[in-house]
Design a binder for this molecule. Structure first.
Ligand code: KOT
Length: 841
C-alpha cells in the first residue's frame, strides 16, 4: 500500500514537522504537558514515577525526530545496511543514556530541579531492560551504541521478551528467582501494529515437478503465529544518527480469539491457543553458556529469524535490484549460533519463494552472513535433534540435508581419501537421535567466522573448528577482539572521572576516540591530578558502601581494598576459587596475633551474579559465599580486616555503581574457557586493577597496559589438557592450603557441611575439571602481592592512571570499525548530508 503523502500536501507536513526540545524552558514545558495530558496528573499528584515517565516521554519525543530523519536518510542513500541478529540485548536503562548521548543531561537536570526533583532519583525509577543473560547480550547493546555513534546504517533484530532475566533475591543465603515483568510501562518502545509477519510452524512439504520439469517444494499446513514489530530508538553519542532496534512479539494469528471454537462453545481452548502463540516471546531462557535443546527455544529462534528476514528482504525488494546485488546491500551478523536458521531461511526464500537456482541462491546466502563464535564450552554448543526439527520445520530440515550433501561432496573432492574427515565435519551428527550441529551450519553458511579475543580466535582454529580451517583455508577465520562503549561505561557510570579526563585531554573528544586517553600518561606522576583521581575513586567507594549498607545491612569501610567479582556464576569462572581464597584469608587472620593483624590491608570481598535456575553447582557457590559472609562479618577477631558481601540481583544498572568502585576485580577463569570477558575492560577503564588468569581479553589488556599493571597468575591454556589428565590418572595431589580450607568447611564452620559436599567433591573426587587446585597456590600468592601493592597508594594510583591511559583499544568503536571493514564492507553515512524531501520509511 502506497502511504506516501502526495507532493502538493507535503508543505503542510513540513510546516508542522516535529522538532524536539533543546532549551531548558522547552524541556520543562514538555514534562508538564506530559504529566498533565499523557499521564492525566497534576502538580498535586506527581510522584517520582510520574516525573520519570514524563521526562522519558519528553526525551522520547526528542529522539523520534532524529530517528525518523535517520531512517529517511538511510533509505535515500540506498547503500548497504548491517543487520545484527541477537537473541539477547542487555540494554539496561535508557533515560540517562539518551540524555547523555543527545547532550542534554544538564538541561534535564536543571529543568527537573526547577520542577522539584533530583535527577538521580528520577533516573533511578527506570526498570532495566534486561533482555539478556550476561556478556553476550551486553556486547550486543554496546555494539548498537557504537553503530549509531559512528553513523553506520544498522539495525538490531531481537525478541521482545515479556519477562527478561529473572530478578534474584537471596533468602537465607539461597538464590530465589522472581519473574521480571518489565513491560508495565515502557516509554522506549513503539509498537508497529502495521508491521506484522505471519510465521509458519509444523505442517509438511509437498514436492512436484512444474511444466518445465523443475523440482518445486511447497511447505503447507501447520500453524501460523503473528510477529508484531516493536521499535526501540538507539541514539548515537554526539551525532543525530538514531538507529533502530526491532524486537518481535508473538501474537495469535486468529486475532482476539478463534471464532469457530468460540461459537462451538469451546471458549477455553480458543483462549489457550492464543496463549500458546504468545508463549513464544514470553520469556528469555536464563542460561548463560548452556544450551538445553528445548522445543520452545527452537521456536523462538525460528520465529525471530523468519520475521527479521522477511523484513530485510522486503526492504531490499523495494530497491528493485537484482537478487545478485543482495550481498552488496545487506550484511547480516549472527551473534553466536542462535540465529543460524537465518542461513536456511534465506536459502528457502530464494529457491522456494523467489525461484532462484540452488547455486545462485547459495552464493548470495554465504556472501551475506558472518558468524561470531563466543564460546568453546561443549555444553554451550548448540545442537538440535533431527526429529524435533523435522516436526517443527520440515522444509528447513530438507534444505539443511541438501546443504550438507553439497558441502560433504566438495570436501570429498578436495580430500578424497579422508573418510573420517567427512563424518567429523558433517552438519548432521550420526548419533541417536541424529543432531544438527548449528556451529558447523553457521560456518558453512557464512563468508567469515570470528572469535572475540585473540586467544579465543586461535583456540577455535586449533580445536573445535580445526577441520574447517583445513577445508576453507585460514582466511575465512578471523579475530575481532570485543570492546565496550565508553559512553555508558565511563561517562555515564563515572561522571566525575569522565570530567577529570576531559579537563586534561581537551574536552569530551576521548569519548569518541578513546585513544585520546593516551594524553593521561603525562599525569601519572602529577601530584595534584593523582589527588583528584584518588578522591574520585574514594567517592565511588563511598557510594557503593552506602548501597551495600542499604541492601545487606553490613557496614564496610570505604578505605579498605574493594575486591570485586561480579559476573554470571559458573564453575569455569571460578567464583568457588575466590571464596576458597577468602576462607583461606579468614583462617590466616584468625591465626594471627593482634600485632600481625595491624599490618594487614583491610579488604572487602564483593561478589555478585546470577546462577541459571537449573544449575545446582552454581547455586551452591552462592550459598557458600553467603554463609561465609554470615560468619566472617560478625567475627569480632576480624573486624574491618575482612568483610564478605554478596550483592543481590547484579544487573546493568547495578554494574554502573559497582564497576567505578573497585580497587581490584577478579577475572580468574580456567585458562582457555572465557572467550573474552568484557567486564575486565570496564573495571580497568574505571581505574581499577585486575587479578586474572591468562585467558580471553586479559591477555590483550596486559599487552596494552603493561604487565606491571596487572596481577596475572595460574596455568596457561596450553597446559590445561595435561593437568586434567593428571587429575584423572592419579598423579595430582591437592594443594595443601586448599585442603585446609576444605577441612574447615567440613567441620561445619560455615553451616551444614553436607550442603557443600558437591563443591569440594568436584575437586577432590571428580577430576577438578576447572583446575582450582592447580591454580590455588599461585592465586593465594598473587593475592598477597595485591595486599603489598595496595599499601603503596602512591604507586597504586600511578598504575591505575597508566592503565586507563592505555585502554583506548577496548572501545567498542574500534571493534565495530573492524567488523565494518573486514566482515561487513559497509561505510558510515554522515548525517550532515542533505536529506531527501518527504521520504518516508
Ligand atoms: C552461549 C549460549 C547461550 C547464552 C550465552 C552464551 C554465551 C555467552 N557464549 N559466550 N558468551 C560470552 O560472550 C561474551 C561476549 O563475547 C564473552 O565476553 C564471554 O567470554 C562469553 O562467555
Amino acid at each position: 500500500v502506497e502511504a506516501s503523502i502526495p507532493e502538493p500536501q507535503r508543505a503542510a507536513w513540513k510546516k508542522f514537522q516535529a522538532n524536539g526540545f533543546i532549551s531548558q524552558e522547552d524541556f520543562e514545558r514538555e514534562v508538564v504537558r506530559h504529566v498533565e495530558t499523557t499521564l492525566a496528573r497534576s502538580m498535586f499528584n506527581c510522584d517520582e514515577t510520574a516525573a520519570y515517565a514524563a521526562a522519558s516521554l519528553a526525551f522520547r519525543d526528542r529522539l523520534i525526530t532524529e530517528w525518523n530523519r535517520t531512517q529517511q536518510r538511510q533509505t535515500f542513500a540506498d547503500g548497504k545496511r548491517v543487520y545484527y541478529l541477537s537473541l539477547e540485548f542487555l540494554m539496561g536503562r535508557a533515560l540517562d543514556n539518551a540524555m547523555l548521548n543527545v547532550g542534554l543531561k544538564d538541561v534535564a537536570k536543571n529543568g527537573l530541579s526547577d520542577l522539584g526533583f533530583r535527577i538521580e532519583d528520577i533516573i533511578d525509577q527506570e526498570h532495566d531492560a534486561a533482555l539478556g543473560n550476561g556478556g553476550l547480550g551486553r556486547l550486543a547493546a554496546c555494539f548498537l551504541d557504537s553503530l549509531a555513534s559512528l553513523n553506520y546504517p544498522a539495525w538490531g533484530y531481537g525478541l521482545r521478551y515479556r519477562y527478561g532475566i529473572f530478578k534474584q533475591e537471596i533468602v537465607d543465603g539461597y538464590q530465589v528467582e522472581v519473574p521480571d515483568y518489565w513491560l508495565d510501562f515502557n516509554p522506549w518502545e513503539f509498537p508497529r501494529h502495521d508491521v506484522v509477519v505471519d510465521i509458519q510452524f509444523y505442517g509438511n512439504v509437498r514436492k512436484y515437478q512444474d511444466e518445465v520439469g523443475k523440482q518445486i517444494a511447497v511447505w503447507e499446513g501447520g500453524e501460523i503465529v503473528k510477529a508484531v514489530a516493536y521499535d526501540v530508538p538507539i541514539p548515537g553519542f554526539d551525532t543525530p544518527t538514531t538507529n533502530n532496534l526491532r524486537l518481535w512479539s508473538s501474537k495469535a494469528a486468529s486475532g482476539e480469539f478463534d471464532f469457530q471454537k468460540f461459537n462451538s462453545g469451546d471458549y477455553e481452548s480458543s483462549v489457550a491457543d492464543q496463549q500458546r502463540a504468545e508463549t513464544i516471546s514470553a520469556v528469555l531462557y536464563p542460561n548463560d553458556n548452556l544450551e538445553r535443546g528445548k522445543e520452545l527455544r527452537l521456536k523462538q529462534q525460528y520465529f525471530w529469524v523468519a520475521a527479521s528476514l522477511y523484513d530485510i528482504v522486503r526492504r531490499f525488494k523495494k530497491t528493485k535490484r537484482a537478487w545478485a546485488e543482495f550481498p552488496e546491500q545487506v550484511a547480516i551478523q549472527l551473534n553466536d549460533t542462535h540465529p543460524t536458521l537465518a542461513v536456511v531461511e534465506l536459502q528457502r526464500i530464494l529457491i522456494d519463494l523467489e525461484g532462484l537456482e540452488w547455486d545462485e541462491a547459495w552464493t548470495i546466502v554465504t556472501k551475506t552472513f558472518g558468524y561470531t563464535n563466543h564460546t568453546v564450552l561443549p555444553e554451550a554448543l548448540e545442537k538440535w535433534s533431527v526429529p524435533l526439527m523435522q516436526n517443527l520445520l520440515p522444509r528447513h530440515l530438507q534444505i539443511i540435508y541438501e546443504v550438507n550433501l553439497y558441502f560433504l561432496q566438495s570436501v570429498e573432492r578436495k580430500f578424497p581419501k579422508e573418510r573420517e574427515l567427512l563424518s567429523r565435519v558433517s552438519i548432521i551428527e550420526e548419533s541417536q537421535p541424529k543432531m544438527v550441529r548449528m556451529a558447523y551450519l553457521a560456518i558453512v553458511g557464512s563468508h567469515k567466522v570470528n572469535g572475540v579475543a585473540e586467544l579465543h580466535s586461535d583456540l577455535i582454529k586449533t580445536t573445535i573448528f580445526k577441520d574447517f580451517v583445513k577445508i576453507f583455508g585460514p582466511d575465512k577465520f578471523t579475530n575481532v577482539t570485543n570492546g565496550i562503549t565508553p559512553r555508558r561505561w565511563l561517562h555515564q557510570a563515572n561522571p566525575r572521572l569522565s570530567e577529570l579526563i576531559a579537563s586534561k585531554t581537551g574536552g569530551i573528544g576521548f569519548l569518541k576516540d578513546l585513544n585520546l586517553l593516551n594524553e593521561l600518561e603525562k599525569y601519572v606522576d602529577d601530584k595534584e591530578f593523582k589527588k583528584e583521581w584518588a578522591e574520585i575513586k574514594y567517592a565511588n567507594k563511598v557510594r557503593l558502601a552506602k548501597h551495600i549498607k542499604t541492601t545487606t545491612g553490613v557496614t564496610v569501610n570505604p578505605a579498605a581494598l574493594f575486591d570485586i567479582q561480579v559476573k554470571r556464576i559458573h564453575e569455569y569462572k571460578r567464583q568457588q576459587m575466590n571464596i576458597f581464597g577468602v576462607i583461606h584469608r579468614y583462617l590466616t587472620i584468625k591465626a594471627m596475633t593482634p600485632e600481625e593483624r595491624k599490618k594487614l590491608a583491610p579488604r572487602v570481598s564483593i561478589f555478585g551474579g546470577k546462577a541459571a535456575p537449573g544449575y545446582w553447582m552454581a547455586k551452591t557457590i552462592i550459598h557458600l559465599i553467603n554463609n561465609v559472609g554470615a560468619v566472617v562479618n560478625k567475627d569480632k577477631d576480624v573486624g574491618d580486616l575482612l568483610k564478605v558481601i554478596f550483592l543481590e540481583d547484579y544487573n546493568v544498572s547495578k554494574a554502573e555503581i559497582i564497576v567505578p568502585a573497585s580497587d581490584v576485580s577478579e577475572h580468574i577463569s580456567t585458562a582457555g574457557t572465557e572467550a573474552s570477558g568484557t567486564s575486565n575492560m570496564k573495571f580497568v577503564l574505571n581505574g581499577g586493577l585486575i587479578i586474572g588468569t591468562c585467558d580471553g581479553a586479559n591477555i590483550e589488556i596486559t599487552r596494552e597496559i603493561g604487565e606491571n599493571n596487572i596481577f596475572l597468575f595460574g596455568n596457561l591454556a596450553e597446559d590445561v589438557e595435561d593437568l586434567r589428565h593428571a587429575h584423572t590418572y592419579g598423579s595430582h595431589t591437592l594443594d595443601p592450603d586448599l585442603v585446609k580450607v576444605f577441612e574447615e568447611i567440613k567441620k561445619g564452620t560455615f553451616g551444614d557441611a553436607t550442603a557443600f559436599g558437591a563443591l569440594t567433591g568436584a575437586i577432590e573426587d571428580h577430576g577438578d575439571y576447572y583446575l582450582v587446585s592447580d591454580d590455588f597456590h599461585s592465586y593465594i600468592q598473587t593475592q598477597a602481592l595485591v595486599d603489598e601493592a595496595y599499601k603503596n597508594q602512591d604507586e597504586w594510583i600511578s598504575k591505575t592512571i597508566m592503565s586507563v591511559a592505555r585502554m583506548g583499544f577496548f572501545s567498542s568503536d574500534r571493534c565495530i570499525n573492524e567488523y565494518a571493514e573486514s566482515i561487513w564492507n559497509v561505510e558510515p553515512l554522515s548525517p550532515k548530508k542533505e536529506t531527501a524531501p518527504g521520504l518516508l520509511m
